[in-house]
Design a protein around this ligand. Structure first.
Ligand code: GLN
Length: 198
């Protein structure tokens, strides 16, 4: 199994090491040819406006849109979640996404109150208790289409109930960064999605 990590900008290295720890061969993807032979793709956290711009500049927008539309598994964290959304609020007017998950996300949604925070988030389908979720200028999901499963919400505080993890078919997205906590359960869950799609 080959998992690619989109390596244009953001916390690429953290995802590569989380996947390595989950015993998977993962490689950076910067050029369209590097998508060949990739069975699953991770879109890292970072800055979605930069990722969008670089994806266009590197000729990756359409190839990744096709990859996403092909049904192969893709997991996006934070900026990666934004890149999988069909609609972005508070984005730049020229911001492009790879589409895929029928959802409206709001960029920097929590950031109006605080830049970063940590909160427990329980994820449906993943056992072992709530995640210690780290949010960094994170988006939240404001609306989801009928085919989207909400997997996790903020459990407590002023933003309790906000949707922060979703899945639609083989597309998975979290507003938080499991790659920063050493908790491999989301990566292992994604690896299992990739295994089942082989
Ligand atoms: N605020 C960033 C964006 O809009 C996301 C932040 C992150 O990935 N940690 O893309």
């Amino acid at each position: 199994m080959n998992i690619g990590v989109l390596a244009l900008q953001g916390d690429v290295r953290e995802h590569l090491s989380a996947l390595a720890e989950a015993d998977v061969l993962a490689r950076p993807v910067r050029r369209p040819e590097e998508l060949d032979g990739v069975d699953g793709l991770v879109l890292p956290g970072g800055e979605s406006t930069a990722i969008s711009k670089l994806a266009a500049a590197f000729g990756l927008l359409e190839p990744i849109r096709s990859f996403v539309a092909s049904g192969k598994p893709v997991y996006g964290s934070c900026a990666g979640m934004i890149m999988l959304a069909t609609k972005v609020l508070d984005g730049r007017s020229d911001q492009e996404t790879f589409h895929g998950i029928e959802m409206t996300v709001r960029r920097n949604a929590f950031g109006r109150q605080v830049d970063s925070f940590e909160a427990p988030v329980a994820i449906d389908d993943i056992e072992g208790g709530p995640f210690h979720a780290i949010f960094i200028r994170a988006p939240w999901v404001e609306e989801v289409g009928d085919d989207v499963r909400v997997l996790g919400r903020v459990a407590e505080g002023a933003d309790a109930g906000r949707i922060v993890a979703v899945r639609q078919g083989n597309l998975l997205a979290t507003a938080f960064h499991p790659e920063l906590t050493g908790d491999l359960r989301v990566h292992r869950y994604f690896v299992e999605m990739v295994r089942q799609a082989l």
